[in-house]
Every structure is written in C-alpha cells, then in structure tokens.
Ligand binder design. Structure first.
Ligand SMILES: Nc1nc2c(ncn2[C@@H]2O[C@H](COP(=O)(O)OP(=O)(O)O)[C@@H](O)[C@H]2O)c(=O)[nH]1
Ligand SMILES: [Mg+2]
Length: 277
C-alpha cells in the first residue's frame, strides 16, 4: 500500500458503515504484527513532543512508524494542533512514517471504534509501531487508550489537578509512566508520587530528546507482555455495541419509546425482545 491508498483506507474506516466492514474483512488477515502503543496524559504534558522524538528514535532503529493523533476538539482549532503539525512536518517526505489525525467526536459509533479500525489498517499496511496519542481524560479517551496493546501515561510537573483527573481514569491501564519536562522543578517530587504504583517510570526532556531511547526500549520490552485476548475482549464488546446500535431501526425505537412512555410496556421487555432477534 502506498501512502495515498493508506490514507484512503483510513478515511473509509472513519466513515464507518458497510464499506468499512468489507475493507476490514479484507485487511484483517494481513494485520496482527504491529505494536499499538497508546501515549496518553493531560494536555500540555508533552505527548506530541515525545511522540515526535519516539518516531525519530524508532526510525533510527529501522522501524516503519505510524502515528494516530486523536484530538477531542476540531483539528482546525487550537494552537496545540498547529504545534503538532509543525512538529510532524519533519517526517513529511519519509514514506516509512505515516501520520493521521482523527477528529471524530460525535461521529457515529464514537471515537474508539473508528480509531481501532484505522490502527488495523496501519497494522495491515506493515507499520511496526503505531503510536496513538490521546488526551487521558474523559471516557472516550479512556476507551481509545484501552485499545492500545501498551499504554504509556505521560505526566509533567506542575499539573496537579490534571494528575488527579488522570488518576481517576487512566492510571489503572498504565504500563509505563513517563515523567516529561524533567528539566523543570517538581519532576523528582512527581516521580516520588508516582512510585506508589507498581509501574515502571522513565524521565524525559522530550524537547531535547533526552531519555527517549530508554522509553522506546521499555515500550519494546512491554510488547511481549501485552495480552491480545484481553485486547479483543474489550474490542469485541465495543464492536457488539456499535453493530447492535447500528441495526436498530429508528422507527422501531420511536414506536417502542412511545409504548414505554405510555406505560404500555416496560423497557426491560423491549430490550429483551430486541436481544432475542
Ligand atoms: N521544558 C520542557 N518543555 C517541554 C518538554 N516537552 C514538551 N515541552 C513543551 O510543552 C508544551 C506542550 O507540549 P505538547 O507536546 O504539545 O504537549 P501535549 O499537549 O501533551 O501533546 C510545548 O510548548 C512543548 O514545547 C520538556 O521536556 N521540557
Ligand atoms: Mg498533543
């Protein structure tokens, strides 16, 4: 697959629907080799900077690398995205680096299924590592992060409340902590705080690519630890929900809602009936 056909296949996946299911079936046998690595954490922690540095390091090691940047807001607003673009421009003429931004909030079926299917396309296209950048707050982002084989949580000093928010959601699925901005005050304290968890910690200064090779080593070491069955348990549940919802005829839902609202029927009986067909 060349860059253009990969991009086209990603667009098909984002559109969901019958065409994406057909393409998935076709590509599935070629997938299964890539290591999908979630890079998650609060805004401003340095995820994009770290991702760019990791891409460089992985290229140095001869890997083909894809990046999926999931941004909850529009890709056309906000300085962060502009910054990301500039950072990623350095790879624009390297055919072994592929970068895709997803901005599918509100898309049918949610963010996670589309992101997963885009990752599957990139896997089938022969990328060795797929870096999936997500903001680690909010259920959608946690769902996306769960789809990675390995999850790296990036934190930086001086983001107290954000760290609390992250702790509530994503910390349970962290395989590796990166404390970025180790050049700033408070990195050592954050490291002490994070050592409560039984998760390895790396320190980086992503802007200077310091500590990035050890992160890439640690991530590579975690590939074998990733459990594909656990991954598919999660994914199959999501797919089931997505497909069941897509099959619901809106007229049927409307009619059922009318009956439930009129107390002609209880909602459990309705759902049971739908699950039986
Ligand atoms: N001092 C310092 N600044 C950094 C470091 N890494 C990233 N930054 C800066 O932090 C800001 C946010 O970085 P970005 O990668 O966009 O964060 P993201 O929102 O998590 O993707 C940018 O201005 C970066 O240049 C670092 O290690 N040290
Ligand atoms: Mg970013």
């Amino acid at each position: 697959m060349n860059t253009r056909s990969i991009a086209r296949a990603c667009t098909v996946m984002e559109s969901r629907g019958a065409a994406s299911a057909a393409l998935l079936r076709e590509l599935f046998p070629q997938s299964g080799r890539a290591h999908v690595v979630g890079i998650t954490g609060p805004p401003g922690a340095g995820k994009s900077t770290l991702v760019a540095a990791m891409v460089e390091e992985l290229r140095r090691r001869g890997q083909r690398v894809a990046v999926i940047a999931v941004d909850p807001s529009s890709p056309f607003t906000g300085g962060a995205i502009l910054g990301d673009r500039i950072r990623m421009l350095q790879f624009h003429d390297d055919p072994d680096v592929f970068i895709r931004s997803m901005a599918t909030r509100g898309a049918m079926g949610g963010l996670a299924p589309a992101t997963h299917d885009v990752a599957l396309v990139l896997d089938a296209a022969g990328f060795d590592t797929i870096l999936l950048e997500t903001v680690g707050v909010g259920q959608d982002e946690v769902d996306v992060a769960r789809l990675a084989h390995t999850t790296v949580v990036v934190l930086a000093p001086g983001m107290g409340d954000d760290v609390q928010a992250i702790k509530a959601g994503i910390l349970e699925i962290a395989d590796l902590f990166v404390i970025n901005k180790a050049d700033q005050d408070g990195a050592a304290r954050l490291q002490r705080e994070m050592s409560e968890w039984d998760v390895p910690i790396c320190l980086t200064v992503a802007t200077r690519a310091e500590g990035v090779a050890p992160v890439v080593d640690a991530v590579a070491g975690l590939k074998g630890k990733a459990d594909p069955v656990r991954h598919w348990v999660h994914r199959l549940r999501q797919m089931y929900a997505e497909h069941a919802l897509a099959r619901l005829d809106s007229g049927v839902v409307e009619e059922a809602a009318r009956r439930v609202a009129g107390r002609e029927c209880d909602p459990y009986t309705i759902i049971e009936g739908w699950l039986r067909v």
